[in-house]
Design a protein around this ligand. Structure first.
Ligand code: EAX
Length: 341
């Protein structure tokens, strides 16, 4: 029986005026109506505990708290909605409202994003934070609107390192001919082609292909290599740190813009806080992951010949990828921002 009916009955039965009054007060104190929370679907390709997932979880928690549970984030993960390219398409269509994706996959949608994954652009996290959280980073997030996305913030994937099952990699010469899985990203494919490897673009995950030997290698931050147990199928790890890989935290633009201004601000600030928290979380764990991989039996080349790697990838900036004026400018702006004090 509904609570209000029970109260009315009680009121009818009550003869004592005090009890009557208490019952009436209780009725007045009931909320006029309790509206259901609005669901927001948010997708990440990786699994619980991953860098994308913990950021999404943090965002969901902050948003629930600060909206008084008016919003409820429904998290899709573990490739349940397909690859990151599939996720981005679903966000574009509005079937999924929000996503946290590896930035490399965005260059097929917004060519300027290729500049962010230019090899050796960022060599330390302090510079990355300064540039990504400054006007140049904001400008790139705003560029996402050209493909129907609202760019909210950057969180962290980490420095990418090369693994393979064939041989230790010290110099770019050792990479020649290796069949390396790369993200579905133009700049990553061109980067490995420039280095003389045989790049194969593919979504995540890729354990089976590495296990079967259809791929020789792959490149990812240490957390990915460890959490996806790639040490079981890859013998060699070279700490190349060739790309500082970010995650882009974004939403469907039309959906986001239709929200009231205070909710837009709330979503943006919850995502910013989640992203900053996640970067710190991620950085605390890097050293332990390296130890874990070493203990698991990976042969680690700690100091590959980075100077030669850097030099060999230079022709990339003159490639067709960076020919377009806007894309070239994005790269130049990023490079200038990393040098600014
Ligand atoms: O985000 O696809 C990739 O290589 C990503 O870096 C990985 O899944 C973690």
């Amino acid at each position: 029986m509904p609570f209000a009916h029970i109260l009315c009955r009680a009121i009818r039965c009550c003869t004592a005026p005090l009890v009557h009054l208490v019952c009436l007060l209780m009725l007045v104190a009931l909320p006029p109506h309790v509206s259901a929370a609005e669901d927001i679907t948010l997708a990440v390709v990786t699994k619980p505990g991953s860098a994308q997932y913990v950021c999404a979880e943090r965002f969901a928690q902050l948003l629930a708290e600060r909206s008084d549970k008016r919003f409820n984030v429904v998290l899709h993960h573990s490739a349940s909605l397909g690859t990151e390219t599939d996720i981005l398409q679903q966000v574009q269509l509005g079937a999924v409202q929000m996503a946290i994706v590896t930035t490399g996959t965005l260059d097929a949608f917004v060519p300027e994003m290729a500049a962010l994954d230019f090899p050796f652009l960022f060599t330390d996290t302090a510079t990355a934070d300064r540039v990504l959280d400054g006007p140049v980073g904001r400008g790139l997030l705003d560029r996402l609107s050209t493909a129907g996305f609202k760019g909210l913030h950057f969180s962290e994937n980490g420095f990418r390192h090369l693994t393979n099952s064939i041989r230790p990699v010290m110099t770019p010469d050792d990479v020649r001919g290796l069949k390396i899985r790369v993200m579905e990203s133009q700049v990553h494919r061109e980067l490995w082609r420039t280095l003389g490897a045989n790049p194969t673009p593919m979504g995540w995950p890729i354990y089976a292909e590495l296990q079967q030997g259809t791929l020789d290698g792959q490149e990812n931050p240490l957390w990915v290599i460890a959490e996806y147990r790639l040490n079981e199928v890859q013998k060699h790890l070279s700490l190349t740190g060739h790309v500082y890989s970010t995650h882009t935290d974004l939403a469907n633009l039309a959906w986001f813009e239709a929200l009231p201004a205070n909710d837009r601000r709330l979503l943006a600030s919850c995502m910013q806080e989640a992203a900053l928290w996640q970067r710190a979380w991620s950085r605390q764990r890097d050293a332990a992951y390296l130890e874990q991989l070493r203990t698991a039996g990976m042969q680690v080349i700690e100091r590959p010949d980075i100077a030669t790697f850097r030099q060999r990838v230079q022709p990339l900036s003159g490639s067709a990828l960076f020919e377009h004026k806007g894309v070239r400018k994005a790269l130049e702006d990023l490079m200038a921002a990393t040098r600014a004090r």
